[in-house]
Design a binder for this molecule. Structure first.
Ligand code: FE2
Length: 218
């Protein structure tokens, strides 16, 4: 919460008390995450990215609806966080439905009491559309910010270092050679080929992506 507060304070933005409570609830869910790539650390790293992005002044901060953006950041991975994709099929399924899964969990909270329909829609579509398989709907400024900050976070090599040892504990294939092959495939093939500059919305993100990628490939 401190990190979010620091960012908001810097830009003179504030959240209503009930929105802070909603963020805290999402953060608690992430803390209990079993997928080590999607715990509260993931949220904190996204906030770090956001802080640097805003500092670049590429966009006018006044245009951001911070309540919408923060709720989307804190809740976008609550579904994925609690799941252990034990088979290749489940990994693919996660990639296709994660945004919809998280949005559904968030919709169980009392959003009607906090946000009007338009802002609820913005939050829900930002969360739905952060996943690999996207729709042409709901592409708001907040949604694009979440997508870029989230996408950049996967290039954090420390995240992969933590993920793989844990992944090997719950993945259904236990053969060491197969698991080592998967890790190499992920680091050398999947990551470098799956991402490219055109997937980022903002100039700052594109530059940051190139820097992180060079670092990854060293
Ligand atoms: Fe994420």
């Amino acid at each position: 919460m401190d990190k979010a507060k620091k960012i908001l304070d810097k830009y003179g933005a504030s959240l209503r008390e009930e929105v802070w409570q909603l963020l805290a609830l999402g953060f608690e869910v992430m803390k209990k995450g079993v997928d080590t790539a999607h715990t509260e650390k993931h949220v904190l790293n996204i906030l770090d990215n956001l802080e640097r992005f805003l500092k670049s002044k590429e966009i006018e901060v006044e245009k951001i609806d911070f309540e919408v953006l923060m709720v989307a950041i804190f809740w976008h991975d609550v579904w994925k966080s609690s799941r252990r994709p034990a088979t290749p099929w489940l990994i693919i399924k996660n990639q296709c439905f994660e945004g919809w899964g998280s949005a559904r969990i968030l919709q169980k909270e009392n959003l009607d009491e906090m946000f009007d329909k338009g802002r609820q829609k913005k939050i829900i579509w930002a969360i739905r559309n952060h996943q690999a398989v996207k729709t042409p709907f709901g592409d708001s400024l907040e949604s694009r910010i979440l997508q870029d900050m989230d996408r950049l976070e996967r290039w954090d090599s420390g995240r992969a270092d933590e993920f793989f040892p844990n992944f090997k504990n719950f993945f259904v294939i236990k053969n060491k050679r197969s698991l080592d092959w998967m890790e190499r495939w992920y680091r050398k093939w999947y990551m470098p080929r799956r991402d490219n500059e055109s997937k980022y919305h903002f100039e700052w993100s594109k530059v940051e992506y190139k820097r992180r990628r060079e670092e990854w490939e060293k």
